[in-house]
Design a binder for this molecule. Structure first.
Ligand SMILES: [Zn+2]
Length: 280
């Protein structure tokens, strides 16, 4: 297990220079080497997504959490020492000025308290009673009774999509923090860590990742509010170009843009947009 992880780390190091190289189209290099680079990137991505490596990463994360020694602090110092100044070609890190204004989720004063791991089962029961969308706790082994960590929840909109939501928590901080959401077609039989074969679900996974990045500790309840807005993903018209399918391409509106209520009597709403259409 350790050797497979360290192999991945060394391959990652080797490939670090590839993306900037690919962007420099003026460089005189043959298309054969580009193809080779892409192939290596793809193989590495496939390896990381494989069940064996995902299992190893889970075990590693668990053992890191269980180990309360000073290893972590020393590791951090080590990383700081090794960090190089950014090369002039690499983009500058983006530092959000104000978390509130950059969140793509609605932020209101009457938001519910973020859901904790021990409240998940009750929440799911109530959610399934009152929603057309359904939630189930997903376990790798049939009949497991304890919530795993990270916890994986399957979200289903019948005949439309299935999403696996991976959430982490700790005994000290039991609030569920969403790490990842992966979308699949309703009849795809794939593991939560893999990727859909369909472009629409791949785009949806990327879009939700973008939203989580804008608000990393968004509550599970607020995330569910977004997820339920995808019920009409194949019939909703984009509110910018007013089409279901964009002028170019075949991906329906995977973006949901939060529009605050303009009057007090109104409620805010999610508006469908194509990722290629204006997002304002
Ligand atoms: Zn559009």
């Amino acid at each position: 297990m350790v050797s497979s992880l360290s192999d991945i780390q060394s391959r990652l190091q080797q490939l670090r220079n590839v993306p900037p190289l690919l962007l420099k189209s003026s460089l005189p290099f043959s298309s054969v080497s580009i193809r080779k680079d892409f192939q290596q990137l793809k193989e590495l991505a496939d390896t990381i997504r494989s069940d064996a490596v995902q299992d190893a990463l889970l075990v590693a994360a668990k053992s890191e959490r269980a180990d309360r020694s000073d290893l972590h602090r020393d590791g951090r110092r080590e990383i700081r020492k090794r960090r190089r100044p950014p090369s002039p070609d690499s983009p500058q890190p983006y530092i959000p000025y104000d978390k509130r204004s950059t969140s793509l989720f609605p932020v209101t004063n009457d938001d519910p308290t973020p859901l904790r791991a021990d409240e998940l089962a009750d929440y799911i029961r109530e959610f399934n009673r009152t929603n057309p969308c359904k939630l189930h706790i997903w376990t790798r082994t049939r009949g497991a009774t304890q919530l795993s960590n990270p916890a994986v929840v399957r979200f289903t909109i019948r005949d439309v999509l299935v999403c696996y939501i991976t959430m982490a928590y700790t005994p000290e901080d039991p609030v569920l923090v969403t790490e990842n959401v992966t979308a699949f077609g309703p009849r795809e039989k794939k593991s939560p860590h893999s990727q859909s074969d369909f472009l629409v679900y791949q785009s949806l996974s990327q879009q939700i990742a973008r939203m989580l990045q804008s608000h990393p500790r968004v509550s599970f309840q607020t995330l569910m509010n977004l997820m339920c807005a995808y019920e009409g993903i194949f019939i909703d018209r984009c509110t910018s170009c007013e089409r279901v399918l964009p002028a170019e391409g075949h991906v329906p509106p995977v973006v949901r843009l939060w529009i605050d209520a303009s009057k007090e009597s109104e409620k805010g709403r999610w508006e469908p947009r194509h990722s290629s259409c204006p997002q304002t």
